[in-house]
Design a binder for this molecule. Structure first.
Ligand code: PRP
Ligand code: URA
Length: 209
């Protein structure tokens, strides 16, 4: 059963519009990506389990909830996913961080893995995969394939902008993974760029255009 959750918060919508604007420079773009990731994470983590612990306040002893289970793993898809990592870590400061390096071949648009390093005991952690763009879906599909191959079971993916083509391909391949989408755009163009989109997320985050 596939689960795609579309963000409906006015702050997320506003910030995504700022992100799309071609006049938004690298510094502002980076800040916005981080802030949007944090706002999306806030929504995406509303179902995390808690467990009760006994603590002492300055007034009395009490039993109160804390997050249950092993520390989560945040896994940015390089490069552009790195821009979202700080936002997620501000919510889950104890999380481990794994990396999956992928690039799309400019001619074939096929994804290629060039690096991958995940935290140990990945099967016991919530895995939060972050990548601002879901275009054809190829990169995210391959990244989740790799995480599952290494044992990942409970996976949430956060993408700021998605094309319908990418959402369809991803949910067909990974119906068991929760996909959080900041904005669903119209379509892909002939170069597999999202329309209206925001251009090349990696180049805009790192100023490498
Ligand atoms: C972008 C983006 C995704 C991918 C999405 O990365 O960050 O990883 O494209 O496209 P897809 O859904 O068609 O696979 P890119 O390949 O441009 O690499 P970069 O982040 O290093 O710039
Ligand atoms: N990757 C990007 O950075 N932008 C797109 O529009 C599609 C893929």
């Amino acid at each position: 059963m596939s689960e795609v959750i579309y963000m409906n918060h006015p702050l997320i919508k506003h910030k995504i519009t700022m992100l799309r604007d071609e006049r938004t420079g690298t510094n502002e773009f980076r800040k916005l990506v981080e802030e949007i990731a944090m706002l999306m994470g806030y929504e995406a983590f509303s179902d995390l389990e808690t467990t009760d612990v006994r603590i002492k306040t300055p007034v009395e002893e009490t039993v109160q909830p804390v997050l249950a289970g092993k520390k989560p793993a945040v896994v940015p898809i390089l490069r552009a996913g790195l821009g979202m990592t700080g936002g997620i870590l501000s919510l889950l400061p104890n999380a481990k961080v794994g990396h999956i390096g992928m690039y799309r071949d400019e001619k074939t648009h096929q994804p290629h893995v060039y690096y991958d390093k995940l935290p140990p005991f990945i099967d016991e952690r919530l895995v939060v995969v972050v990548d601002p763009m879901l275009a054809t879906g190829g990169s995210l599909i391959d990244a989740v394939d790799e995480i599952k191959r290494q044992g990942g079971k409970r996976i949430k993916c956060l993408c700021i902008i998605a094309a319908p083509e990418g959402v369809r391909a991803f949910t067909e391949k990974h119906p068991d993974v929760q996909l959080y989408v900041g904005a669903l755009d119209r379509c892909l163009n002939e170069n597999c760029y999202i329309c209206p989109g925001l251009g090349d997320a990696g180049d805009r985050i790192f100023g490498t255009e």
